[in-house]
Design a protein around this ligand. Structure first.
Ligand code: NDP
Length: 222
């Protein structure tokens, strides 16, 4: 694997993707929206681009920033959880907009700008969540975040059909991971999660296009 693009890499899972790609000798282009995030990426030897997927002008500039690149792997990681909603509580419009904007509109802004930047046989993943699965759902908590991840799974499915001649596209659940979002009590560390997802990406076949997978490679119900 020679060149990777990681969207939303200032910390957590995205930053670990950059760390592991660099350790494997890959060239990496990665995005962050803060100075601190950009500095962390440069320290790892990545080309750092400023990108806020929730900002129209910032997100629209991606295509020209990656002009001339051909990526073998693309991982769209940027995401927010939003408010901790326990039961049937209507989120505020501001919370709804913030979560949907980042988790759903963000990938819908990024994906159309990638078609010229995919190397033959490229592999692309959106980091979704098992919480977005409707088939596996046994709790109703966190319905705003869940709705956003169910929606982005639909976005991925369409992208997998529209880009099928250019890339194998999948939705990935990273596990419950010890990051700022996952919290200290989560199941696995970020290195284990990302190592698993990199193995899933590296072993993808065309038949996997449009699938939803756990970080250990297990297929998940939509
Ligand atoms: P973190 O909260 O640790 O990191 C979130 C990342 O997303 C940061 O790099 C953040 O950048 C970036 N981000 C947020 N909003 C934007 C934006 N508008 N534009 C660009 N970047 C943005 O979370 P994780 O690393 O744990 O999560 C990464 C992904 O994995 C998310 O999509 C999350 O939903 C998903 N996930 C995580 C799980 C877990 O257990 N941790 C479980 C299931 C799914 P900044 O530093 O600028 O805020």
């Amino acid at each position: 694997m020679s060149k990777a693009l990681v969207i939303g890499a200032s910390r957590g899972i995205g930053l670990e993707f950059v760390r592991q790609y660099r350790a494997a000798g890959a060239q990496v282009v990665a995005t962050a929206r803060s100075e601190e995030g950009l500095a962390r990426l440069r320290e790892l030897g990545a080309s750092a681009l400023r990108l806020d997927v929730a900002d129209t002008a910032s997100a629209a500039g991606l295509a020209w920033q990656i002009d001339g690149h051909q990526f073998d792997e693309v991982v769209i990681v940027a995401g927010v959880y939003g408010p901790r909603i326990a039961g049937l509580q209507t989120p505020s419009e501001a919370d709804f907009d913030a979560v949907m904007h980042t988790n759903v509109l963000g990938p819908m802004r990024v994906l159309p700008q990638l078609s010229e930047a995919l190397a033959p046989g490229a592999r692309l993943a959106i980091i979704s969540s098992r919480m977005g699965s409707i088939g596996l759902r046994s709790s109703g908590s966190g319905w705003l975040y869940r709705a956003s991840k169910a929606a982005v799974n639909s976005v991925l499915k369409d992208a997998s059909l529209l880009l099928q001649d250019q890339a194998i596209c999948i939705s990935l659940h990273p596990g419950w991971v010890r990051t700022e979002m996952g919290g200290e009590g989560a199941d696995i560390d970020v290195a284990t999660s990302v190592a698993g997802m990199r193995t899933v990406l590296a072993t993808l076949k065309p038949a996997h296009n449009g699938g939803f997978f756990n970080y250990d490679g297990q297929a998940l119900a939509w």
